[in-house]
Design a protein around this ligand. Sequence first.
Ligand code: C5P
Length: 208
Amino acid sequence: MPLVIAIDGPAASGKGTLARRLAQHYGLPHLDTGLLYRSVALTMLDAGFSLDDTDAAARAAETLIADRLADPRLRERAMGEAASRISSVPAVRAALLAWQRSFAGNAVGAVLDGRDIGTVICPDARVKLFVTASAEERARRRHLELTARGEDTTLAMILADVRARDERDANRSAAPLKAAEDAVILDTTELDAEAAFAAAKHVVDGAR
Ligand code: C5P
């Protein structure tokens, strides 16, 4: 039976790092689904469309090009903000749903991380984790990450971003961020990456 691991959680909760480590450990392909939304936003901005143009957003999602997912600009702070805005468009979510399901449906299984993987994309995933941490801790981590990449930001700016994104992601009507009823909640506020991995591995091994 393919092993599908669905990982959801708010921005900078540590779910990406955890997803990569689990994928490597279990030999599974990994999809960071935030990159799909970031890629739609980047395509629109490059083509000169306003992020409020929902038709253009839907077209960009329908014609998503896999090669674009490696563009380093996708990781920039502004792209996270832009992705969060277009991700509330139902037609964008519908177009990306098929893409994600086909990734998850391969023979061995897969690890997907995002906001609605356990609730909408892979409701039958064998393992569902909801990774969270306090907003202050998430802002601290994201600030370190962006600074290391050479972006000039302050902790206060990042904390404001994190809060604004939490608010938008949790309150949108299309697939809001929430833990699936059968998800295991993993609070990483006090855990480093190693401890979070050990806790998640324990959950996955128990479900195999
Ligand atoms: O995870 P990441 O920060 O890259 O996601 C960027 C934005 O894309 C999120 O703030 C969220 O609005 C959106 N997103 C989503 N559903 C997903 C993954 C990301 O709505 N599965």
